[in-house]
Design a protein around this ligand. Structure first.
Ligand SMILES: *Cc1c(COP(=O)(O)O)cnc(C)c1O
Length: 335
C-alpha cells in the first residue's frame, strides 16, 4: 500500500491479506495456520456473541531505516493476553504458539510493514465459540484465536493536536475487570464518551469514579512535570498499559521520580496549572492533553499546548521502538 493512501486511512481500517488462526477444541489448541483475511464461519449462538467471552491485544512491529523489522515488547503483550483470557475463564492461549503466530504473520506480511513513522499494528483476538445460548453461567469449551495485522501511519502526522479530555465521575467498567482487555469494556465507555463529545467537544473522557483518577476509554493517564511523573498505581480497576510501563521505565532511567499511587481530580487540577498531562497507549504512544473539562468548565493544562517533556519522552520512546536508540531494556524482538 502506498504511503499516501495509508496517511488517509483511519487507524486500523486497512488489514493485510493474511491472518494467522487457530481453534481450541477437545481441550487443546490446533496447529495455527496462515490464511487469507476473510470472514469466519461463526455460529449465531456462539458464546462470545451472547456472553462477551472475548479479549484482545494491540502492539506494533516497526521497520528500521536498514529494512530490519522488530516487534515492541511482544512478551509483555502475550503475557497480558493470557491474563485477560484467564480472568474471563477463556481457554488460555499458549505463549509460544501466539509468539509463532505473530512472527510468522509479520514475516508473511513483511512488504506491508510501513517505513517510519508508520508501523504494522498487530491485533490478536480470542473469543468463545461454543454454540450454546444456555451457557451464560458456563465457560466456553471452544474458542478461536486470530491474529490480524494492520499497516498504520503516525497518529500525529498532521502535528501534535492537544486533546480535550472531559472528567467523568462514573466507572469505565466493573472494578475487577479494568485490567482485562475485553470488548465489553469499550462498549461500556462509548456512551459517556459520545455524550462528552457532543456536550463539550471532548476527544475522550477521563474516568474518575469517587473522584479518583483512573484512565480514559483506551489509554492510561499520566501527569508530568520537571523530573517528576504521577500516575495511578497498578490495581485491578484499569488496564496496565505497556506504553505506561515503558514510559515510566524510561523516565526513571532519565532521572525522573515516578509516583504510582491514587490521586484525585483536585490534585490533578493543581498539577496542570504548571505541569503536563498525557495519555499513553500503543496507537499514539504519548498524546498531550491541552484542556481538562470538569463540571462544565475548561481548565487549561500548562500553556494549553502539548508540553516539551511529553514531546521529549515520546521522542525517546519512539527512538527505541524504531531502533534509532539502543534497546537498553531488551524490548525488541527481531522478525
Ligand atoms: C490498550 C489499552 C491501554 C493502553 O495499553 P498499551 O499497552 O499501552 O497499548 C490503556 N487503557 C485501555 C483501556 C486499553 O484498552
Amino acid at each position: 500500500m502506498d504511503t499516501n493512501a495509508l496517511r488517509q486511512a483511519p487507524f486500523g481500517s486497512v488489514l493485510t491479506d493474511s491472518m494467522s488462526i487457530t481453534w481450541f477444541r477437545d481441550g487443546k489448541w490446533l496447529p495455527e495456520r496462515l490464511e487469507p483475511t476473510a470472514p469466519l464461519p461463526i455460529h449465531p449462538a456462539a458464546h462470545a456473541l451472547h456472553y462477551s467471552s472475548s479479549c484482545f491485544e494491540g502492539f506494533k512491529a516497526y521497520r528500521r531505516a536498514d529494512g530490519g523489522i522488530h516487534i515492541f515488547r511482544l512478551d509483555r503483550h502475550i503475557e497480558r493476553f493470557r491474563r485477560s483470557a484467564k480472568l474471563l475463564v477463556l481457554p488460555e492461549p499458549d505463549s509460544e504458539q501466539v509468539s509463532r503466530m505473530v512472527l510468522s504473520l509479520v514475516d508473511r506480511c513483511r512488504r506491508d510493514v510501513p517505513d517510519a513513522p508508520g508501523a504494522l499494528y498487530l491485533r490478536p483476538v480470542l473469543f468463545g465459540t461454543v454454540p450454546n445460548i444456555g451457557a451464560a453461567g458456563t465457560p466456553t469449551p471452544e474458542a478461536c484465536l486470530v491474529v490480524l495485522a494492520s499497516p498504520v501511519w503516525d497518529y500525529f502526522a498532521g502535528g501534535f493536536k492537544p486533546l480535550r479530555i472531559a472528567v467523568e465521575l462514573s466507572s469505565r467498567t466493573a472494578p475487577h475487570l479494568g485490567m482485562v482487555k475485553t470488548g465489553g469494556n469499550y462498549a461500556a465507555a462509548l456512551g459517556p464518551t459520545l455524550a462528552a463529545r457532543r456536550e463539550y467537544r471532548a476527544d475522550q473522557v477521563l474516568f474518575c469514579p469517587d473522584g479518583k483518577v483512573q484512565e480514559t476509554g483506551a489509554a492510561n493517564f499520566l501527569l508530568i512535570r520537571d523530573q517528576h511523573i504521577l500516575t495511578r498505581g497498578l490495581d485491578t480497576t484499569f488496564l496496565h498499559g505497556v506504553t505506561r510501563d515503558s514510559a515510566l521505565t524510561l523516565a526513571r532511567d532519565l532521572g525522573y521520580e515516578v509516583s504510582e499511587r491514587i490521586f484525585d481530580i483536585d490534585e490533578t487540577l493543581r498539577w496542570i496549572t504548571d505541569g503536563e498531562a498525557v495519555l499513553s497507549g500503543t496507537a499514539a504512544v504519548l498524546a498531550g492533553v491541552g484542556t481538562l473539562i470538569h463540571q462544565g468548565r475548561d481548565y487549561r493544562v500548562g500553556t494549553g499546548d502539548v508540553g516539551p517533556l511529553t514531546k521529549h519522552l515520546r521522542a525517546a520512546l519512539i527512538a527505541i521502538q524504531r531502533g534509532e536508540a539502543p534497546d537498553k531494556f531488551g524490548w525488541l524482538t527481531p522478525v
